[in-house]
Design a protein around this ligand. Structure first.
Ligand SMILES: Nc1ncnc2c1ncn2[C@@H]1O[C@H](COP(=O)(O)OP(=O)(O)O)[C@@H](O)[C@H]1O
Ligand SMILES: O=C(CO)[C@@H](O)[C@H](O)COP(=O)(O)O
Length: 472
């Protein structure tokens, strides 16, 4: 039995699954936490990966490994391959001003946004690597001058697994490259002019591999797959096909589908990413998802299961109590300085159940806005597949159909990013034009009628959002 390993190096943790390459049967798994914060020393990811691998029984008997990782994070390396400064993650909003500058420089407003969308499929916001490079050039010129190569979290981990043999050995894939802001999914080429515009000069970037190309080898001989961004890996993990919309509730909330043609949304709501199979992955991302539930549970002094019970015991629409969950600012809509808010407090709605319900509904409404944006770009939705840590919440599963207005399918709890990476690893070993077919696990369908007032009252509150007060 040949084994393959898939890694999910996501925002909050690293997960490793080891599966049978032919059938996809889960054999072993492990996980380890990542540090908090939006600026992280990549060495912490390496240590978490080692610890998760050890918990999963090691990699000595696997034929191939692939890494899925949080997208966009800026990992800068110097001439000798040392990390120049801690990585700025996708949810670090300090480069919001740099994003505005870059849009301005390509014509500003609608013209600038359209120019970026046409060049790289997406309008840069603070999450994108290109804006982080501009921030570095402006705010840390000494560090910027030391940068010899820039790569992403999954690229760096793949490179380390392969022995880190010089900057020329850096590899990435289409999926993750498409989140940099200096690689075009439409042409499959780097836009070194945009990289230079951001940083002031061109530095080394990873070679972009095809979906099942070999990225290197572990010292023990196992083959390394190209890996990909965590959302593209999740699409592969759930086996998303045309008509599927995946809603992932992790640290980020994402809504995406697999498409045959690249997207270029000048409004900036939909990012026109590439996927991990040679296709495309139009995607909407919110900054506030599972942690909204964590925050609500902390406010109420309860655990996540109790939060779900409270939310489900409260009436749909929480009698008008609305939470706008912009706790870390927001990316879609692009409001990096926004704060969250609770509207509609009355004596009647001042209960733990109402607050719990408002948190779940608010988080889902932000994602439903994302679904609208995706549909406006031509996506079709035959079914919604709910994944990510937040999908473990019974309240999320039951309230989602009321907010999205259609049934949702919840695959059995699992690590779909790591699974997608494992499936890619199996593809690299087996070859062929398509990834291996693994039998899908059980899914549960959650049905329920739409409750339009949930989104109507949310939309009114969302439009009243205020900026963060200046730090004292
Ligand atoms: N039963 C649950 N109910 C609600 N949220 C949950 C539950 N289990 C896990 N989570 C949340 O899922 C999040 C982690 O999800 P995950 O998809 O692993 O995130 P990431 O990939 O961003 O690291 C955490 O914020 C955690 O609180
Ligand atoms: O920035 C995006 C997508 O564009 C995020 O989805 C990151 O890829 C982080 O994912 P999680 O760690 O929340 O899964």
């Amino acid at each position: 039995m040949a084994l393959v390993a898939g890694v999910d190096s996501s925002t909050q943790s690293c997960k490793v699954v080891i599966r049978d390459a032919e059938t996809g049967t889960l054999v072993r798994s492990g996980r380890a936490a990542h540090p908090d914060g939006t600026e992280v020393d990549p060495q912490a990811w390496w240590e978490a990966l080692r610890s998760a691998v050890e918990q999963a029984g090691g990699l000595d008997d696997v034929a191939a490994v692939a890494v899925g990782g949080q997208q966009h994070g800026m990992v800068c390396l110097d001439e000798s391959g040392e990390v120049v400064r801690p990585a700025l993650l996708w949810n670090d909003t300090r480069s919001a001003g740099a994003a505005d500058e870059l849009v301005e420089e390509l014509g500003g407003g609608e013209t600038g946004r359209r120019a970026w969308a046409e060049a790289v499929g997406s309008v840069p916001v603070a999450s994108f690597t290109v804006t982080k490079l501009r921030w570095l050039a402006r705010h840390e010129p000494e560090n910027a001058a030391r940068v010899a190569a820039v790569c992403l979290p999954h690229d760096w981990l793949t490179w380390r697994l392969g022995g880190a043999a010089g900057l020329d050995a850096l590899r990435t894939d289409r999926g993750d490259a498409s989140g940099t802001g200096y690689w075009s999914p439409a042409t499959g080429e780097y836009r070194t002019d945009l990289l230079e515009r951001a940083l002031g000069r061109v530095v080394a970037v990873p070679t972009v591999l095809g979906p099942a190309e070999v990225a290197g080898r572990l010292p023990g001989g196992a083959v390394l797959g190209p890996g990909t961004g965590d959302n593209a890996a999740a699409a592969l993990g759930v086996g998303a096909v045309a008509g599927d919309v995946v809603v992932s509730i992790g640290t980020s909330g994402t809504v995406f589908s697999v498409a045959e043609a690249p997207a270029a949304d000048p409004s900036g709501a939909v990012a026109g990413f590439a996927d991990a199979t040679g296709r495309f992955l139009p995607l909407v991302c919110t900054l506030n998802a599972a942690r909204v539930l964590d925050a609500a549970a902390a406010m109420l002094g309860v655990g996540l299961d109790e939060l779900a019970k409270l939310a489900l015991a409260a009436p749909a629409g929480a009698d008008g109590l609305v939470m706008v969950p912009y706790l870390e600012g927001e990316r879609t809509p692009n409001l990096p300085l926004a704060t969250g808010a609770v509207h509609g407090l009355t004596l009647r709605t001042s209960t733990p159940g109402h607050l719990a319900r408002a948190a779940v509904e608010g988080m889902l409404c932000a994602l439903a806005d994302g679904l609208d944006a995706l549909l406006a770009q031509g996506a079709t939705v035959n079914r919604i597949i709910l994944v990510g840590g937040g999908a473990r919440s019974e309240a999320v599963r039951r309230i989602a159909p009321e907010v999205f207005g259609c049934p949702v399918l919840v695959p059995e709890p699992g690590e779909y990013v790591a699974d997608g990476a494992a499936r890619q690893a199996a593809w690299v070993v087996q070859g062929g034009a398509q990834p291996p077919t693994w039998s899908a696990g059980r899914s549960e369908e959650y049905a329920g009628s739409a409750v339009p007032r949930i989104r109507e009252q949310y939309a009114r509150a969302r439009d009243l959002i205020l900026d963060r007060p200046a730090a004292s």
